[in-house]
Design a protein around this ligand. Sequence first.
Ligand SMILES: Nc1ncnc2c1ncn2[C@@H]1O[C@H](COP(=O)(O)OP(=O)(O)OP(=O)(O)O)[C@@H](O)[C@H]1O
Length: 363
Amino acid sequence: MALRLSRQGDRALSIKLDTISKNFGGFTALGNINLEIEPGEFLALLGPSGSGKTTLLRIIAGLEFPDTGRVYYDGDDITDLKVADRGVGFVFQHYALFRHMTVADNVAFGLTVRKRRDRPAKSVIQARVQELLDLVQLGHLGKRYPAQLSGGQRQRVALARALAVEPRLLLLDEPFGALDARVRKDLRRWLRELHDSVGLTSIFVTHDQDEALELADRVVVMDHGVIEQIDTPQKIYDEPASAFVFDFVGESNQVAVTIAGGEARLFDRTLPLPAGTTLPGDGPARLFFRPHDAEIVADDKAGLAATVTLTRPNSGSIRVEGKLDGLDRLVEIDVPVEGAPQVGERIIVRPTRVKLYAGRAEA
Ligand SMILES: Nc1ncnc2c1ncn2[C@@H]1O[C@H](COP(=O)(O)OP(=O)(O)OP(=O)(O)O)[C@@H](O)[C@H]1O
């Protein structure tokens, strides 16, 4: 079916945030945020609870106003424009459907509440609602009430409702947060397809790194009201810009070392590092590596000594957990099933790919 919605592709909005900050009382929720979003981009705002994601999304929407800085849509300064005048679609986790209205009436809501002169004819609204329900694959459920739907179906209705007003920008705040893992995964893939077929600009808030990495064209990693990194999912994972990003995105091991004279030192010896590793300046540093970027070697000078505390299957390999010698830290690595060590065995772990960041670990 040809979708009229697909015409929005050429209308997708570009957004620019210029030195946005926001305080609540004495607390800085956002500090000097600069961000440019391309038309048609699918952007994830990723960060731990309280990092400022929702506040930033609300400022982009016009539900909240920044203390300083400007917001531009397609180059126009709309910082002071009210939410109702911005033409934005929302899907929020707790933004429930109207219980007393059918699914079709819920989807039609944004159109039926328009002033008479802007309101499409009843037959046009009906056709549009049907088209949207087909788009979210609920074409046969228009007469049902929200209580008669599953959680995933309700979120799809919420999306159809958000799209009904032909937004140029879709904002989603943890829209699948309350759903079980399986449904979340299905809806995620489906949402990405929907974004591509409708062709709008979408911004998605999540604290789930898998969701951000799987869905987004680019990921904005936030912590304490500042942006730590803006990059493609691949780069966020492979080239984390800070210790925070390395730790927050993906599984990681961390060891405190000291950099001196172009070497990384642990206790009284030099730790051999993979060729090409970039070292920070002299002083305390944090060494990170991912569980799949390590191997077990025989040479006890070639890596970190540990005692195996646990082994378990992990999608085709064996996850080995060990306690590092002399450190109050566990290490986790993935090794081939063949020749995997036993609990209690002493092993030497050699990281094959590491990142080092200046500074000490937070307590
Ligand atoms: N209206 C408000 N009044 C006071 N403080 C607020 C207000 N809104 C947000 N905050 C504070 O600002 C900080 C950022 O909140 P925000 O909701 O943006 O974070 P978040 O990253 O979306 O977190 P979560 O994932 O838990 O939703 C938090 O410490 C929060 O308590």
